[in-house]
Design a protein around this ligand. Structure first.
Ligand SMILES: [Zn+2]
Length: 327
């Protein structure tokens, strides 16, 4: 039995949940935001007032600017893609059924892609791929739209974009350092391995050449973490500097946990709108295909993945279905 859909947004995602998730988005980026501020203070001291103002305005404006450039490009691509008028009509009909009176407040995009999926884009845009339109049943399409709508209700994508721009001031150079160190470690490890193989006459199977392993990223994180401690120690003292470095490194898994909870919550909206079985069918078909082509161990997905595994999502959907079916 589908629920009566009046004042849907607030019924589906209560204000308390929205505040909690939005606050969470800030909290899991707070260390990087503070360190971005610290970098700006350093910039001010070295390059002066006006350069700092230009950097701040550029960082804050870039999210909006990027969005307008992207929306122009994606909008043009949407018009030129292979979606037929009948498919656009089907999408619009599905969306009207899901969002009711709220439907007109959002713009739908069709992305010309062979991947099955969709996403919530800034300023109330919802994107669905051509392939998703081609392979989903009507119910699955509505479930996908309900899920993406829930992302908008939980946290506006533009807010996430802004947070990532502000923290990027620290995280972009920090991430570059990590990639740089990881690349050096990889070259050294591979080089030593190749020399060792050549000397011993061992020929590894081809798959071994591409095996990344966790060594390079782990060594890179430890090295850059240690460098951060060295930079911060004169100002903060070594115990606090070590604590700050640990908190900075803990952001990535913390963000992954929040992102996974948001995915569960977005699935729940699809269930509450009556599309639980369709959501499960969609996940089983599209997610299982994805996991088949991108096989990974469940533990790294649990610790660092933005999305939970299909198995966990399906189990959580079923739990929700059982809960709301009880009288
Ligand atoms: Zn999602």
């Amino acid at each position: 039995m589908r629920r009566q859909q009046t004042d849907r947004g607030t019924v589906l995602v209560p204000v308390r949940t929205r505040l909690f998730v939005r606050l969470g988005e800030v909290v899991v980026s707070l260390p990087s935001i503070v360190l971005s501020g610290w970098l700006l203070v350093e910039l001010w001291a070295r390059l002066g007032y006006w350069t700092t103002i230009v950097v701040v305005v550029w960082v804050l404006a870039s999210a909006v600017y990027l969005f307008f450039v992207c929306s122009a490009v994606i909008g043009a691509a949407d018009q030129a893609n292979r979606a037929e008028p009948a498919e656009r009509e089907r999408l619009a009909d599905a969306w009207a059924l899901v969002a009711g009176d709220d439907a007109a407040r959002y713009t739908l995009w069709i992305k010309d892609s062979d991947e099955v999926g969709g996403y919530a884009a800034p300023l109330r845009h919802i994107c669905v791929t051509c392939q998703a339109l081609a392979v989903t049943s009507d119910g699955e399409l509505r479930a996908l739209l309900a899920h993406e709508w829930a992302h908008h209700l939980l946290v506006p994508p533009l807010l996430r974009r802004w947070i990532s721009c502000v923290r990027g001031l620290f995280e972009v150079p920090f991430g570059l350092c990590i990639s740089f160190v990881a690349a050096i470690v990889l070259i050294v490890v591979r080089g030593c391995g190749m020399i060792g193989n050549r000397l011993s006459g061992y020929h590894p199977p081809p798959a071994d050449h591409f095996r990344m392993g966790a060594t390079a990223p782990t060594v890179a994180y430890l090295t850059v973490g240690w460098a951060l401690v060295t930079v911060l120690t004169p100002a903060l003292g070594s115990p606090v500097a070590v604590l700050v470095a640990l908190i900075v490194l803990a952001q990535e898994p913390a963000r992954a946990q929040l992102s996974q909870q948001v995915e569960f919550r977005a699935d729940r909206v699809a269930v509450d709108l009556g599309y639980g079985a369709d959501m499960r069918a969609f996940l089983r078909a599209s997610g299982a295909a994805w996991e088949h082509t991108h096989p990974v161990h469940p533990l790294p997905v649990r610790l660092f993945g933005t999305h939970p595994t299909v198995a966990r999502r399906v189990a959580t959907i079923e739990a929700r279905e059982r809960k709301i079916s009880r009288p």
